[in-house]
Design a protein around this ligand. Structure first.
Ligand code: HEM
Length: 492
């Protein structure tokens, strides 16, 4: 009976259409699950390297009965990201749904359109300017923390390896807590249950995905030990966010009677939503909690990943690091003042280096869309109901658009070199109507953190001893076993 059912499925128009797309030979029931790399650190090499070379910039993978069409050419990516209809994620991110609900990342259709319209003004330049204090304050703390662990500083010499990744994660968490909720949790300086939970939930979610428990329905998963932990931690996190929202509501109501000058100047994203609500927009408490949780999720691991890979690129390319430091000297001289939005806008070479590190190491190396309508890509028909994976890691290393694709060359992003390049050849923040709403926030944050770090320290990575650092596609692109860098004080 099983064979018969499988045979019928295999001969359905849907499967036959998908199978016209090249890809690894499909096996009975499991599809290509057994062909996938066993170790996560081989995932990018195979799925976005070997198979792209072998099958091309459009190929398909069957995860049991579900096909994923993998694309990595600018033309195909453009077609998907500029579509006004195929903007949904479907069930591809379902493991995040218990945490983020219908927040901006996962919402679809009209719900997404409404939230996007409501939240877009929160990322206006004028509002972002207010966050520079938060970026600078936390960048200072980060430097102090790094200076403490590199006790053996001798002028001009590098101290022993320090894994910088945990420091960056705590720093970006502090920043997003203040920006999203208006609260200071001081993750860089003290232990906090909420922060521990944010770390733990990311680990549990990725474990659920990689261990295959992602296939279990929620009720079954919640019977497993990790499912029970997942449920318990989520409850604590949701309670925490809900409490912050309740308290903030009261504070904002009390502020109403204050004269304009006494009102809070810097508005967290949460405040903007609460204020919009007062002005007639209907957002339930759950809607608001989902958006705050989404910012917390999207807004810290991604930026920590971006900065850790930026520092790695600097550490293995000392000449480029020296050029960034020269530019920093031009802008800041020997003053230790903090970085303003105007400074950040002037740091053009730093920007090219950040962009080049985002090309080589996109924090979101793959994301997905669910086809609500049939489309055509590269001569293949992609039926309604199919998932498309957009492979940014492979896209960014396409030598047609980026000659010597594995080499760090920030000049690629200088205006004259970038002219004429396909505008969808580089999409670390996605593109089109459903691009990253936090892109400008993230770029400013990265500029402030990296400029502050490079005004204080020089970074070095011992390639001979450690070999190139492997990138693993966890929830975001992470360095395997952390990022051990040697640090020395920067002497002008
Ligand atoms: C270097 C840092 C970042 C990178 C590389 C990045 C990248 C991305 C990408 C690729 C997407 C599209 C995902 C998809 O379609 O599935 C996305 C969406 C999103 N990002 Fe970011 N992100 C970063 C930082 C941030 C920050 C700091 C925030 C918030 C403050 C943020 C908030 C969001 C939200 C809410 C979405 C969903 C937008 C929508 O669907 O309308 N991101 N991001």
């Amino acid at each position: 009976l099983l064979f018969l059912a499988h045979h019928r499925w295999e001969n359905s128009a849907y499967v036959r259409t998908i199978d016209l797309i090249p890809g690894v030979r499909r096996k009975f029931i499991v599809g290509n699950v057994t062909a996938l790399p066993k170790e996560i650190d081989e995932n990018l090499e195979i799925v976005q390297g070997k198979w792209v070379k072998q099958y091309g910039r459009i190929y398909r993978i069957w995860l049991a009965f579900r096909p994923f069409v993998q694309i990595s050419s600018p033309d195909f990516i453009e077609k998907i990201l500029t579509s006004h209809t195929n903007i949904d994620k479907g069930k591809s991110y379902s493991i995040l749904r218990p945490w983020l609900g219908d927040g901006l990342l996962l919402a679809s259709g009209d719900k997404w359109r409404r939230s996007r319209r409501l939240l877009t003004p929160a990322f206006h330049f004028q509002i972002l300017d207010n966050f520079f204090d938060v970026f600078n304050k936390n960048a200072e703390i980060l430097c102090e923390q790094l200076a403490k662990v590199t006790k053996t500083f001798t002028p001009g010499e590098f101290a022993e390896d320090v894994d910088v990744f945990p420091f960056l994660k705590k720093c970006t968490l502090d920043i997003i807590c203040e920006a999203a909720m208006g609260i200071t949790v001081n993750a860089q300086l003290e232990d906090s249950e909420y922060i521990r939970n944010v770390h733990r939930i990311s680990e549990i979610v990725i474990d659920r995905f990689l261990s295959g428990k992602g296939m279990f329905p929620d009720w079954l998963y919640h019977l497993t030990p990790s499912g029970r932990e997942h449920k318990k931690i989520l409850k604590q996190m949701h309670d925490f966010t809900s409490k912050v929202i309740r308290e903030r509501k009261v504070e904002i109501a009390l502020e109403e009677d204050l004269p304009e000058v006494k009102k809070e100047k810097r508005r967290a994203f949460l405040d903007l939503m609460l204020l919009a609500n007062k002005n007639g927009v209907e957002l339930s408490d759950l809607d608001i909690r989902n958006e705050v949780d989404t910012f917390m999720f999207e807004g810290h691991d991604t930026t920590a990943s971006a900065i850790v890979w930026f520092l790695y690129c600097m550490a293995i390319n000392p000449k480029h690091q020296a050029l960034v430091q020269e530019e920093l000297n031009e802008v800041f001289g020997d003053s230790d003042r903090s970085c303003t939005m105007e400074d950040a806008t002037k740091l053009k070479y730093l920007e090219c280096c950040i962009k080049e590190s985002l090309r080589l190491y996109p924090p979101v190396p793959i994301f997905a869309r669910y086809m609500t309508e049939e489309i055509e890509l590269g001569g293949y028909s992609i039926p309604k109901g199919t998932f498309i994976s957009l492979q940014t890691f492979a896209l960014h290393r396409n030598e047609e658009y980026f000659p010597d694709p594995d080499v760090f060359k920030p000049e690629r992003f200088q205006t004259n070199e970038a002219i004429g390049r396909h505008s969808f050849a580089y999409v670390p923040f996605s593109a089109g109507s459903r691009n990253c709403i936090g892109q400008r926030f993230a770029m400013f944050e990265e500029k402030v953190l990296s400029s502050t770090l490079l005004r204080r320290f020089r970074f070095y990575y011992d390639l001979d001893k450690l070999g190139p650092r492997k990138a693993i596609p966890d929830l975001v692109l992470k360095p395997k076993n952390g990022m051990p860098l040697q640090i020395a004080p920067y002497l002008q």
